[in-house]
Design a protein around this ligand. Structure first.
Ligand code: BG6
Length: 520
């Protein structure tokens, strides 16, 4: 640790190392060097709601270089001023930090918009000229990140255009990177093809695949919890853990998202990426050092050892929400949502059982589930422990006690909870479950940055530990593909009314092994 006292060698006198002088001190704000970003798909939902506010928040926190340039590329016939107005509106609606007009104004000076289609050579040549002129006027030094916030069908076109126009090519003194949004393919085969297409132009170390869950503080905290403490590791294995439940529940429906979601479904949308990344962080071995290479190597090992439990008819469940209630509001079912095919078989709830074939996890099922229009919005990982092998108390004493659990609450109410039995005050011995709760909002005064702030900054800083590699993406598809194929052969998913916790088949799936889902 750089801040710890360093003995000078004479007696007990100690001298503090000035952390400001140590380039490895992570407490120093990490500020991106000269650079700019081009966003493809800048008029889409993601850019408007997440990317543009995150870029402003980074600028507001002083983490972008003074001459940062932001270039939008899209079909609209926009002037620089139109683009600035659009970004301003997005920032007002979505920024996490205070609105300071002078910060926005400085950022806006580096904004440009280039109008065109992805098959329009001329537009890409204009984009290349724009970047060259920004290099001269803003000092971006030829360092450009290309953010592909577009459907995967367009990845190939955009990447080829960046290659053809020369924009993809780094020089000895400048870098070029590509940031790619999910979905990365729809199965292992298509993901492999996309990887080949992208890696043909951008070497793997300049590809940043976004999984925004990895940008969340609580997700990064999984590593701190496991590897910075002595308390949990001895219990973190098949000797003590009965099973693990990973839940990502959302209360929102899919109104307005038919174009993206119909034909994709819950498993492709979030299990293939977010939930399998959570599983990898929970289940992986300790990396030898905390470096991107070692971290990714451990995630790859654990994903390679992960497989569905068969028969899939008994170990998976899927559902589609029907009309119901969200709080006090009546809501329609998926098939009545605007833009959805009334015959759509797209699942809005997916659950599966996975095994990890390793000594640490042999025989410990990992249950993953995610759904839209469920009871409430919550993402959590519950490590559920085995029952004590022997109980000295009479059975009636512990009747109200469930299994011990460690619950990592990813969101909302970010924190970690331990659930265990405790004596109920009184003259008899009665044991009941209690919670010991750590909450981010109470323990820290610092506010968590938005996931996209962290990830955009990391991409500009060439810090790639929070970005899944091509191999991780393909391995995740390999885990899911047999389940998706099985579902595709089964027709319509089961129904569940909006506002409930999913179809009955999901409860039955757990009941078969004598377990129940947590009701977070
Ligand atoms: C996205 C999915 O990746 O994550 C969405 O495509 C989902 O369907 C979203 O709503 C949830 O993100 P968060 O950060 O709100 O949990």
């Amino acid at each position: 640790m750089v801040s710890s006292p360093v003995a000078t060698g004479s007696g007990n006198s100690e001298q503090w190392v000035n952390p400001l002088k140590d380039p490895h001190d992570k407490r120093l704000p990490r500020i991106a060097g000269p650079s700019g970003m081009v966003i493809f798909g800048v008029t889409g939902d993601l850019a408007r709601k997440k990317l543009l506010p995150a870029i402003y928040d980074l600028a507001n926190r002083g983490l972008l270089p003074a001459g940062f340039a932001l270039v939008g590329f899209g079909r609209r016939d926009w002037s620089k001023q139109d683009f600035e107005d659009y970004v301003h509106e997005a920032v007002l609606a979505g920024a996490r930090t205070d609105i300071r007009e002078h910060v926005f104004k400085r950022l806006a000076e580096g904004m440009h918009f280039v109008s065109g289609n992805f098959d329009d050579d001329q537009a890409f040549d204009t984009l290349a000229e724009t970047l060259a002129s920004l290099d001269a006027s803003r000092g971006t030094a030829g360092n450009w990140a290309f953010y592909l916030s577009v459907p995967p069908d367009f990845f190939d076109d955009v990447v080829n255009q960046l290659d053809r126009s020369g924009m993809a090519h780094a020089t000895q003194h400048s870098w070029r990177r590509v940031i790619i949004e999910k979905p990365f393919g729809h199965d292992q085969e298509s993901a492999r093809k996309l990887n080949v297409a992208v890696n043909r132009v951008f070497p793997e170390d300049s590809v940043f695949r976004i999984d925004h869950y990895l940008g969340k503080e609580t997700v990064q905290n999984i590593l701190a919890l496991r590897f910075a403490n002595q308390l949990f590791d001895p219990l973190w294995n098949a000797n003590f853990v009965d099973h693990v439940q990973i839940t990502m529940a959302e209360d929102i429906g899919l109104g307005g998202r038919a174009g993206y979601y119909d034909g994709i479904g819950a498993a492709r949308d979030v299990i293939q990426n977010h939930l399998l990344q959570l599983l990898a962080l929970v289940a992986m071995e300790e990396p030898i050092t905390y470096t991107p290479q070692e971290l990714r190597a451990e995630k790859i090992k654990v994903l390679r050892a992960t497989a569905p439990v068969y028969p899939l008819a008994k170990t998976t469940a899927r559902g589609q929400y029907t009309a119901g209630w969200q709080g006090s509001q009546a809501v329609v079912g998926l098939r009545e949502e605007e833009g959805f095919d009334p015959e759509s078989n797209t699942e809005t709830f997916a659950a599966c059982t996975l095994n990890i074939n390793s000594r640490r996890w042999a025989g410990v099922p990992f249950y993953l589930r995610s759904g839209k229009r469920l009871g409430r919005r919550v993402t959590e990982i519950a490590i559920v422990f085995k029952q004590a092998p022997h109980l000295t108390f009479a059975e009636s004493t512990t009747a109200a006690q469930g299994p011990n659990a460690l619950v990592i609450r990813v969101q909302p109410d970010e924190g970690v909870l331990m659930r265990f039995g405790s004596k109920v005050p009184g003259s008899t011995m009665e044991v009941r479950d209690v919670n010991m709760d750590f909450s981010y909002s109470e323990a820290f005064t610092e506010q968590s940055p938005e996931a996209y702030e962290r990830l955009i900054l990391d991409a500009l800083l060439d810090e790639n530990s929070l970005f899944p590699t091509n191999e991780e993406v393909e391995l995740s598809w390999a885990i899911l593909d047999p389940i998706l194929e099985y579902w595709a052969s089964r027709g319509r998913p089961d129904d569940y009314p909006a506002g409930t916790w999913g179809p009955e088949s999901a409860d039955k799936m757990m009941a078969r092994s004598g377990r129940t889902w947590r009701r977070p």
